[in-house]
Design a protein. Structure first.
Ligand SMILES: O=C(O)C(=O)C[C@H](O)[C@H](O)COP(=O)(O)O
Length: 216
């Protein structure tokens, strides 16, 4: 299965901020046990490359690198085993470095101009970030009208209370969010809480898109 299809079938991508890479394996285990074998590990902390490497060594979880701002971070992410690269905004340099490595780039785009810029770089799936303050689901539905082939992954302000509104839109591949991996629970090594929150999130997503199938 390619990355885009895997994200589409997960429907939900946990956005992870890890302070200590030694917790990565247990955190990945909690996500997998909760039914969500995917994670976007952000370069917000220096632990990111080691965390990605530890998770990717498990072989049972699809890993993206998040908050990738520079081509050098693309190199680090790919060397650590990231299968795709996410940025909060659209950087030509980052997208081109991803292409050199042959990994999928998911840049942020929330305006028609940004979506067109992504299309010009050969991309058809973008992260819609920050989703909540950029118009939310109605903004994505409006953008999807002229950009019929573009797919969106709304992230930022997405949670249990509003994910259904996003997942109902055909152009939404998946949503991203951090609520199932609260930083304080991770710091406390409370991976059972992460597993529980993940299980609940997966159940919610299933209820929100019961008929979804790959290709939808
Ligand atoms: O660091 C990045 O590049 C990001 O991707 C930002 C995250 O996607 C959001 O911060 C997650 O948003 P919440 O679910 O509202 O916490």
């Amino acid at each position: 299965m390619d990355i885009a299809s895997a994200l589409r079938s997960a429907r939900l991508v946990p956005v992870v901020v890890l302070d200590d890479a030694r917790d990565a394996d247990a955190l990945a285990g909690a996500l997998v046990a909760g039914g969500l074998p995917v994670a976007e590990v952000t370069f917000r902390t220096p632990a990111a490359p080691d965390a990605i490497r530890a998770m990717s060594d498990r072989g049972d979880i699809l890993l993206g690198a998040g908050t990738v701002l520079t081509p050098a971070q693309v190199d680090q992410a790919v060397a650590a085993g990231a299968g795709y690269v996410v940025s909060p905004g659209l950087s030509r340099a980052v997208v081109e470095r991803c292409a050199e490595h042959g990994v999928l780039a998911l840049p942020g785009a929330v305006t028609a101009t940004e979506v067109q810029a992504a299309l010009e770089l050969g991309l058809t799936t973008v992260k819609f970030f920050p989703a909540g303050t950029s118009g939310g689901a109605p903004a994505i539905a409006a953008l999807a009208a002229p950009f019929g082939d573009v797919r969106f992954i709304p992230t930022g302000g997405v949670g249990p209370a509003n994910l259904e509104g996003y997942l109902r839109i055909d152009a939404v591949v998946a949503v991203g969010g951090s609520w199932m991996v609260p930083r304080d629970r991770v710091a406390a090594r409370d991976f059972e809480a992460v597993r529980r929150l993940t299980t609940d999130a997966v159940a919610l997503v299933r209820r929100a898109s019961p008929t979804t199938s790959p290709g939808h």
